[in-house]
Design a protein around this ligand. Structure first.
Ligand code: CMC
Length: 431
């Protein structure tokens, strides 16, 4: 076993090396502080492995993404969202019996019971949908306390039901948020409908007229959810792990993950991309002004849908989505001027030295909004769709934390840079 060595003040400290199944290497610094008095400093954890995980492998330099060993392009081509969710959570592709059992559990746990429906009424009609989603998902812990005991051993015994409930109900809650905000009556799930068709039914049906999803529309939604199903230690999934590490139950941890996802630099980027494309369109610009502003280096002017904390060549999900976007719009006979603007923006940025030299490429959010718009989902619901899709990855990560007998509570250190010790000043002496 290789060891790294650290020299500090003329003393040498051996540090163990960990190698993952795909050859990723890490220096184990867990005992660094105890042995040397130093901590490892890594603002934003960009170079820190916070856990060992067997769920997803991501090689950002080469645009590789695999769930439980299966490449994302194969899953996108041959699998569907529900099967991929099972794979991510349980580690293997389901056999026909397991697939049926899992599907049934999702179908049986889709409805949101009457008492929970009342929570919606407490929100303003124009509340941000992600704020509603995280609160209402958090309330699952209050409505199903037998599945949310805050005791790993007990919660793992009821995990299958809690996981299926979370995946299925997050989708129903998402559709209900949409209906609530539009002042429309809720449409209840239909047990006989597949996962995506059921979501579209709950979103778009009218009281006496069922919405029947075109196969292309259901397929496009399926692909979108599948491509978002997991993404290694992203901000929201790591949040779920962090909250879960305190032995907080699955629903509470997922609610925290949804909050993390709402930010515009993370899950909120799909909404921001659409707003950006729309304002370019409204102003009759061709994107030149946006690109120039994005090069200023200011965080508030970034070219949304571009760049990624780990992908440095391309985001494999963006390649799949970019192609799907063309196909879906063609099949639905939609000509969207925003797609033309997006394509122009992409071509211009990929030729611009600012973006090329910083290795900034389109990410999954760049084209996903155009697909969502084509299937009738309003912009303010885009991040909710991301949250529905991301649930399996967050659930699988929570389970890894709960099932790890050697797990510790997440508790990073810091380098304190505030005032040094000083004595309390009474109010009368303060200027
Ligand atoms: N537009 C303009 N400049 C950018 C952008 C952008 N979209 N992204 C990064 N940069 C610049 C950044 O200012 C920095 O410049 P400099 O070296 O001159 O200081 C340089 O590129 C390197 O940035 P970085 O270290 O690669 O970026 P990061 O890891 O801090 O941030 C990011 C990653 C995704 C937050 C950022 O690229 C961004 O804000 N993109 C736009 C928002 C977005 O699309 N987010 C969705 C991410 S994918 C979905 C998900 O997993 O959440």
């Amino acid at each position: 076993m290789a060891t790294a060595s650290l020299k500090l003040d003329d003393k040498e400290y051996p540090l163990p090396v960990i190698v993952g199944t795909e050859g990723e290497k890490a220096i184990d610094t867990r005992k660094l502080r105890a042995e040397t008095g130093y901590i490892a400093y890594d603002q934003g954890y960009g170079n820190t492995g916070s856990c060992e995980s067997a769920i997803t492998y991501l090689d950002g330099d080469n645009g590789v993404l695999r769930h439980r060993g299966y490449p994302i392009d194969q899953l996108a081509q041959f699998s569907d969202y529900v099967e991929t969710a099972y794979l991510i959570i349980y580690g293997e592709l389901p056999n026909p019996a397991k697939r049926k059992e899992f599907g049934l559990l999702l179908r049986k746990n889709a409805a949101v019971e009457t008492q929970m429906q009342k929570i919606f009424e407490g929100f303003p009609k124009d509340a941000p949908p992600m704020a509603m989603l995280s609160s209402i998902v958090g309330s699952l812990a209050a409505h199903y306390p037998q599945l949310a005991t805050n005791n790993f051993e007990k919660d793992l015994k009821t995990f299958d039901l809690a996981a299926a409930m979370a995946i299925s109900k997050i989708r129903t809650i998402g559709a209900m948020i949409y209906r609530y905000q539009k002042g429309l009556p809720y449409i209840f799930p239909k047990q006989e409908l597949p996962f995506c068709e059921n979501f579209l039914h709950m979103m778009f049906s009218e009281p006496y007229k069922d919405y029947v999803a075109e196969p292309e529309v259901a397929k496009a939604l399926n692909l979108l959810l599948l491509l978002h199903a997991d993404h290694e230690q992203n901000c929201s999934t790591s949040t779920v792990r962090m909250v879960g590490s305190s032995a907080a139950n699955l629903f509470t941890s997922l609610s925290a993950g949804i909050s993390a996802l709402s930010g515009p630099l993370h899950g909120g980027a799909n909404t921001a991309v659409m707003q950006m494309l729309q304002s370019i369109h409204d102003e009759g610009d061709d994107g030149t002004r946006f690109i120039a502003a994005a090069k200023s280096g200011s965080k508030s002017n970034r070219l949304m849908g571009f760049g990624h904390p780990v992908y440095r060549n391309f985001d494999p999900r963006a390649k799949i989505i970019g192609k799907a976007c063309d196909d879906v719009l063609k099949k639905l006979g939609i000509k969207d001027p925003l797609l033309e603007i997006a394509k122009h923006l992409e071509q211009a940025a990929l030729k611009d030295d600012y973006f090329v030299s910083r290795k900034l490429y389109p990410n999954v959010d760049f084209y996903s909004g155009i697909i969502m718009r084509a299937i009738g989902i309003p912009t303010n619901m885009f991040t909710v769709i991301f949250a529905i899709g991301r649930a399996p990855g967050e659930i699988a990560n929570w389970r890894e934390v709960a099932a790890n007998p050697k797990g510790r509570i997440y508790r990073p250190r810091q380098v304190y840079v505030g005032p040094v010790k000083r004595d309390y000043v009474p109010m009368t002496q303060r200027t």
